[in-house]
Write a protein that binds this ligand. Structure first.
Ligand code: RP5
Length: 164
């Protein structure tokens, strides 16, 4: 019998190419013990799968979708078009534009179809994990306590730093 908890955060990416960046998000979700799943879902190569995944997400119990893509990064925005769940977008830097292409593509959504757009690359990916955890934590006191503990330990760590 599978006793793993039902995923609350769906982490999807346009290509396996995106995985090294997306790993930063996954690591945060693991650290905070947020049940999650990870899938490759491409807006351009599997548009039917993208629509199915997004349309079924809420019914399957997901609370947040994190979508990562590079280049013509249509995945987060199109997922947001097929669900009313909060969608967080990670712009993945590929090619010659350093992720500026993906950043603008993900951020510039029409009103009423929001994507919470994170920073380009590894830091944005990690913060997608932190932000997804905060959203889930708003309805989960134990998770919110873990987030509070992290903020407190970061505070103590910085206060204790000594510069030679
Ligand atoms: C995007 O195209 C993906 O999100 C990825 O960042 C990029 C390149 O994908 P591959 O051609 O390497 O599979 O849709």
């Amino acid at each position: 019998m599978d006793e793993s908890p039902k995923p609350l955060v769906g982490v999807i990416m346009g290509s396996r190419t995106d995985l090294p960046v997306v790993e930063k998000c996954l690591a945060v979700l693991e650290q905070l013990e947020v049940p999650h799943e990870k899938r490759i879902v491409s807006a351009h190569r599997t548009p039917d799968l993208m629509a199915e995944y997004a349309a079924a997400a809420a019914e399957r119990g997901l609370k947040v979708i994190v979508a990562a893509a590079g280049g013509a990064a249509h995945l987060p925005g199109m997922v947001a078009a097929y669900t009313s769940l909060p969608v967080l977008g990670i712009p993945v830097p590929i090619g010659h534009l350093g992720g500026a292409d993906a950043l603008l593509s993900i951020a510039q959504m029409p009103k009423g179809v929001p994507v919470g757009t994170l920073a380009v690359g590894a830091h944005g990916s990690a913060n997608a994990g932190w932000l997804a955890a905060r959203i889930v934590g708003a309805f989960d006191p134990a998770l919110q306590a873990r987030l509070d503990a992290h903020r407190a330990s970061e505070n103590a760590r910085i206060r204790a730093e000594v510069l030679e």
